[in-house]
Design a protein around this ligand. Structure first.
Ligand code: PLP
Length: 370
């Protein structure tokens, strides 16, 4: 049976629809690849942003060396699509070691730990897992304290392990998302580099072999002046960017590749607001940076001109309803720029891939969960 024909233009798409601007996506992928080359690091992009083998292959075609994933399901889905070198960049879930081992028997799966308990469990498994040690470079989420004894003890134990393969030190500069202005980003990027390279140097001087240093967030990569001493970077969001990245100064509005097409479905006489068909299950409820004008999604006034509306934005979201800050006629179609493109993409089953206003493809989103 032939698959149903694609709608051929933007105007024919049913709403809410997740739109992917292919020209912008390709430009973002090329630019970050070029930036990584200039900074002298390998690129291992985080695919949790897009969960799309098509985009992963585009990144590989631009020189990405391996990928980063955030769940075992994502890892398995990408492995099924031929990706064979994956870092699962959250501290390993001890109850899922058998699943991890089954996957690691068919692809190179690199795990992450930040505790002695996890190290013991990996040793006890008897399987020669590849393992990164996660270090806290200032985000204060996961990772060992780079100044603490645990960092040196775990690195030494990993390096000396007769079975496990120590991949090196890994971090994520999530604190970049808390930068109060774009001026702060270069300092955060440098903090990430310095914390990691200083720890690597200290360990090496103590005789611990540290094979590699892995860092990465989109805002830090946009601002880093030097990555000397770093081996690889793992940005993810840069493929799409979003309103948070615009506010942070990592990109311009015209660099944002992902939008949600929605329709006004209600606007009562005399009301000072309208309701669209894109709610929290189309945009996520990420509050963004809550800057000058708190927003749950920005509305394009002119997409081609990369201009956002000054007066209309999303101010409320329930499951399938979005509240607009101004009245608009029922039936009006709007293009919305989400606060957080990774969460927005994870709300949909697929991308409508566009060149201009032409629909050129439909790409699935592998958002499997157990
Ligand atoms: N590495 C890890 C461990 C992460 O958690 C993330 C994102 O959350 C990334 C890399 C990619 O960062 P970004 O989305 O800022 O590009």
């Amino acid at each position: 049976m032939c698959p149903p024909a694609l709608p051929s233009t933007l105007g024919q798409l049913p709403t809410p629809a997740l739109l992917l601007d292919l020209d912008i996506l390709e430009r973002n992928v090329e630019r970050m690849a070029q930036r990584a080359r200039q900074l002298g690091v390998a690129l291992r992009p985080h695919v949790k942003t897009h969960k799309s083998p098509q985009i992963g292959r585009l990144q590989q075609g631009n020189g990405a060396q391996g990928i980063t994933v955030s769940t075992l399901e994502e890892a398995a889905a990408f492995a099924d699509h031929g990706f064979d070198d994956l870092t699962w960049a959250v501290p390993v879930i001890l109850g899922r070691l058998e699943e991890a081992q089954r996957l690691a028997e068919r692809v190179r799966l690199r795990l992450v730990i930040d505790s002695a308990v996890a190290l013991e469990a990996l040793e006890a498994s008897g399987f020669p897992f590849h393992v990164w040690l996660e270090v806290d470079c200032g985000d204060h989420r996961c990772g060992v304290d780079p100044e603490g004894r645990e960092a040196a003890a775990l690195a030494a134990a990993l390096a000396a392990s007769p079975r496990l393969c120590f991949d090196g030190l890994l971090t994520h500069s999530g604190q970049a998302y808390r930068a109060t202005s774009p001026v702060g980003l270069p300092g955060i990027a440098e903090q990430e580099r310095r914390v990691m390279t200083q720890l690597a140097d200290r360990l090496r001087r103590a005789g611990v072999e540290v094979p590699a240093v892995s860092i990465g967030s989109t805002p830090a990569m946009s601002a880093a002046a030097s990555l000397e001493g770093v081996d690889e970077a793992r940005p993810g969001n840069y493929v799409f960017y979003d309103f948070t990245q615009v506010e942070l100064g990592s990109c311009e509005v015209g660099d944002c590749a992902l939008t949600v097409l929605s329709s006004v479905i209600s606007c009562q006489p005399g009301a000072r607001y309208a309701v669209v068909d894109a709610g929290a299950l189309a945009l996520s409820k990420d509050p963004g940076r809550g800057g000058g004008k708190p927003t749950l999604g920005e509305v394009f006034e002119d997409y081609r001109g990369a201009r956002l509306s000054a007066g209309v934005r999303l101010t409320g979201l329930s499951q399938e309803h979005g509240l607009l800050s101004a009245p608009l006629p029922v039936g009006t179609r709007l293009r919305i720029l989400p606060n957080h493109s990774c969460l927005t993409a994870a709300c949909f089953d697929g991308y409508w891939v566009l060149r201009g206003t032409q629909v050129v493809d439909r790409w699935p989103i592998l958002r499997h969960k157990s």
